[in-house]
Design a protein. Structure first.
Length: 64
């Protein structure tokens, strides 16, 4: 019996082996997931980051 998994997008069961869209059931579900990432609906928790432009240049100038 082939391994069946649930699509992470639509929760429909689909065959794992020889599925070109795995872990998704279709190209549509795969694109929906990609769109969610590009719209930043999924986030990976981590420390905040604030870019401070110019700090490195100022330090380099002070050394010379």
């Amino acid at each position: 019996m082939p391994l069946r998994v649930k699509c992470p997008t639509c929760r429909q069961e689909c065959v794992w082996e020889n599925n070109p869209h795995r872990p998704f059931c279709s190209d549509r579900c795969q694109l929906i997931d990609l769109g969610a990432w590009t719209e930043e609906r999924y986030r990976i928790p981590g420390r905040g980051f604030e870019a401070q432009f110019g700090d490195e240049d100022e330090e380099d100038e002070k050394e010379h």
